[in-house]
Design a binder for this molecule. Structure first.
Ligand code: NAD
Length: 424
């Protein structure tokens, strides 16, 4: 094949290069045509906007906003909007591509996109964040659309921002268009089951993988990094299915109890303590680095990217890693994990429960109908189980890790669709 190998990965991994190194391996296994390879590796559209916003003190501050559409081969593009000072075009490009692969793995009719604004929402008033969100929506009016590009929340954004986005877009259209964005408050057309959807998908993936590894969930010990939306729901639902959660952590530190932590108690504590586990007495406080190295069966990184690296991968004792976070394992650590015989359910599969229920939200909005939580959960569980099985069978067929298998499933689907659709 004539395509050029991605540049070798440097010490601090660039997220786009890390994505490309996995893409490259999967493409080789598939024998992907080099012309299609080049189509799929290049984002379709990259939009950078400058957003002047009047701050509360009357001054005008200019922010930079991004939206990258990686692909709309499978359907309208889908992906969150991040408000963070570290937002940069390389990161947005990588996250957009991940969305393409994630939607393809779980077989939902979406392409991939991601957006972001370089800002610190914690230092801004609610009014400033609202004006910034409206300015961004207005600047992206030609990009967004229920049949074109559908944003969602990501780090630093939530239902409030999605409500402003929906309202601003609708005003410009002269009618209410709630399907332009997902992750909305329930009263604006949000879906039941969306809050817990990602953690629930992590639980379903973990159980499916435990079955393959013959780990009895009732005897399984787990540790979970991150106790936000994904981590706490994954912990709660895994405990509900019989597992013992022996380690949890958040920015305040890591907490260990070999006899199992009472997760409902930890959630209540966090909810009454400004969102933090600081001072939680249901477990012993340990060094945060130790959380990933505990002697457990299942490890769920559900906080930030690049936490399993060449520096600690060889010390991991878990038999199974289920990636709740996006990009928690650096590309360089992949082979170490594989050599140790640890099964890793990759992010683009394990945390796809969130985008799956976002898709259900969009479907409900377009139908003008509301599903029960029971229907949402039943359908998303089925998608997660089927997708896991498909990725597992692909890993056996090609004799590769679940991560490369997930990329193979995704790239195969997108490349075949591209070939049928054709280009210029
Ligand atoms: P969140 O903000 O609700 O929670 C993040 C948690 O991680 C917090 O408890 C925080 O204290 C903790 N944390 C941050 N840095 C940490 C560190 N260095 N060590 C330990 N804990 C740390 O975020 P979330 O929505 O739960 O997202 C977590 C991850 O899951 C992110 O990578 C996100 O991209 C990914 N993800 C989220 C969704 C979703 O639906 N929320 C969907 C797919 C993927």
């Amino acid at each position: 094949m004539a395509y050029i190998e991605p540049a070798p990965i440097k010490d601090k991994e660039n997220p786009f290069e890390s994505m490309m190194s996995r893409f490259h391996i999967a493409a080789q296994h598939l024998g992907l045509d080099d012309q299609v390879y080049n189509v799929l590796k290049s984002p379709e559209k990259q939009v950078i906007v400058s957003l002047p916003v009047t701050m509360d003190d009357g001054s005008i501050k200019t922010f930079e906003g991004y939206r990258v559409i990686h692909s709309n081969i499978l359907g309208p593009s889908k992906g969150g909007i991040r408000y963070d000072m570290d937002v940069n075009i390389d990161e947005v490009k990588a996250l957009a591509a991940w969305m393409t692969w994630k939607c393809a793995v779980v077989d939902i009719p979406y392409g991939g996109a991601k957006g972001g604004i370089k800002c610190n929402p914690r230092e801004m008033s609610r009014g400033e964040v609202e004006r910034l969100t409206r300015a961004y929506t207005s600047a992206m009016h030609e990009v967004f659309g229920p049949d074109k590009d559908i944003p969602a929340p990501d780090m630093g954004t939530g239902p409030a921002e999605m409500a402003w986005l929906m309202d601003q877009y609708s005003r410009a259209q002269g009618m209410t268009v709630n399907a332009v964005v997902t992750g909305k408050p329930l009263v604006l057309g949000g879906s039941l089951g969306r809050t817990e959807a990602t953690g629930r998908g992590v639980m379903i993936s973990a159980l499916a993988a435990m079955e393959k590894l013959k780990i009895n969930p009732f005897k399984a010990k787990c540790s979970i990094q991150g106790f936000g939306n994904v981590g706490s729901w994954a912990a709660y639902l895994l405990e509900e299915r019989g597992a013992q959660i022996c380690g949890i952590s958040d920015l305040s530190g890591a907490y260990h109890n070999d006899n199992g932590i009472d997760i409902q108690k930890a959630i209540d504590y966090r909810n009454n303590n400004n969102g933090s586990l600081e001072g939680f007495d249901g477990a012993e406080k340990i060094d945060p680095d130790e959380l990933l190295l505990l002697d457990v069966d299942v490890l769920v990184p559900a906080a930030v990217e690049d936490v399993i690296t060449v520096d600690n991968a060889h010390k991991i004792k878990a038999k199974l890693i289920v990636e709740g976070a996006n990009g928690p394992t650096s590309a360089k650590a992949d082979s170490m994990i594989n050599e140790q015989g640890i099964m890793a359910v990759p992010d683009i599969l394990a945390n796809a429960g969130g985008v799956t229920v976002s898709y259900f939200e969009w479907v409900q909005n377009r139908l003008g109908y509301k599903w029960t939580a029971e229907r949402v959960n039943r359908r998303s569980d089925r998608i997660m189980k089927t997708s896991f099985q498909k990725v597992y069978e692909t890993s056996k067929k090609y004799d590769v890790s679940l991560r490369i298998a997930a990329y193979i499933v995704a790239i195969d689907k997108v490349s075949k669709t591209y070939t049928y659709r054709g280009g210029f």
